[in-house]
Design a protein around this ligand. Sequence first.
Ligand code: NAD
Ligand code: WQD
Length: 338
Amino acid sequence: MKKNILVTGGAGYIGSHICVELLGQGYDVTVMDNLANSNEKALRRVEEITGKKLRFYEADIRDRSAYDEIFSQNEIYGVIHMAGLKAVGESVRKPLAYFDNNVSGTIVLLEKMKEHHIKRIIFSSSATVYDLTQGECLTEKSPIGNSTSPYGRTKLVIEQMLADLYHSDARWSIVMLRYFNPIGAHVSGRIGEDPNGEPNNLMPYITQVAVGKREKLNIFGNDYDTPDGTCIRDYIHVMDLAGGHSKAVRKLEEQGLFIYNLGTGQPQSVLAVVHAFEKANGLKINYAIAPRRAGDAPKYYANADKAKTELNWEAERGIEDMCRDSWNWQKNNPEGYR
Ligand code: NAD
Ligand code: WQD
C-alpha cells in the first residue's frame, strides 16, 4: 500500500512543490492548510502537473477537531509540518500571533499525532535558528540561538520542543530540516511563490520588477565586508528542497532525532543574484543601492555534507536554473494565482 503523507501548509510556496515531489515519488498526499497565505488553485495545479489526486482539508493546525477527521479518514504514515507564518517583519509587530500560530499550532499537532499513534514528523526549520554572528559556513553543530526576530524564535522553540519530545519517548522519528534561502519554481511555470502585497524577499522582488509591477529593486546595503559589499546567502532551488523532503521521508523509517541543513553550499551575493537573473533571462533589472535592512547578517551559507552523507541528497540546480524558473513562473502568472 502507498504511504500517505500529511503535509501541513501544503498549499503554500514550498508545500505545493513538495506535494509535486511526493506524488511523483508514488506517495499519497493529504494536505491540511487554512489558506492564510495561499490559494487552493496551487493544489489543483499540483494535480494537473502530476496527473494525480491529493486530498485537501481546509483547516487550521490549531483546530483539534480537524485532526480527528483527517486521521480517521486517512491512514497517515507521517507528517511534513510546513504550516506557519513566515514574515520576519510582521513577526516583530505581531509576536503573539506568531507564537500562537507557529508554536501553539505545533503543540496541538503533536498532541493529536500522539493521540492517534503517529510518531513520524519532518519539521520545516530555518537557517535563522543559527547564531548568525558566529561563523559564516554553518554546520548542524554550529551554535544556535540569538535569533533576531520573533519568527526565528518560534522556529527555535519548536526545535527545542521536538528535541524534548524525542527525549521523553525515543519511539519518535523526528527530522528537522533547516532551509537556507529557497527560490525558483517548478519548471512547468504552473506553481511558484505568490507573496501578498509588497514582497519581503529578494527573488520575488526581482521578478516583480522584471514583470513591471515594481519600479526598482532596492539593494539593502553595499557597504558590508563582502567582495562586492552586498550580503551573501545560500539560495536553493525549491525543487531541490522538495527532493530533500522525499529523502527525509525515507529517514522516517528510523527512530531518532535528526537535523539537516538544506542548502547548496554555494554562497551568492545580492548583486550576483541580480546579474545571474539578467543573464539567465536576457533582461535588465532596474536597481538602486538603499540603506542596510535592520537585522540582516552580512554572510552565511550551508555546509550541506550531512544531508549528502546521511540522506543521500544534494542540490543539483544552480543559480541560473533558479533565476530562469522564478521568471518563468512570474511571467506566465503576473498576478500569481489571483
Ligand atoms: P507559505 O506561507 O507559502 O506556506 C505556509 C503555508 O502554511 C501557507 O499555505 C499557509 O496558508 C499555511 N498556514 C499558515 N498558518 C497556518 C495554520 N495555522 N493552519 C494551517 N495552515 C497554515 O511559506 P513557505 O515559504 O512555503 O514556507 C513553508 C514553511 O517553511 C514555513 O514553516 C516556513 O517558516 C518555512 N521556511 C520557509 C523559508 C522561506 O524562505 N520560504 C525558509 C525557511 C523555512
Ligand atoms: C536576501 C538578501 C537582503 C529584498 C529570509 C528570512 C529567513 C528565511 C529565508 C524563513 C538579503 C537582500 C532583499 C530586497 C534586498 N526564511 N534584499 N532587497 O533575509 O536572507 O532570509 O528568508 O525561515 O529566516 O529572514 O532573505 O530574500 O529577504 O534577503 O537587497 O528587496 O537580499 O538584504 O541580503 P533573508 P531575503
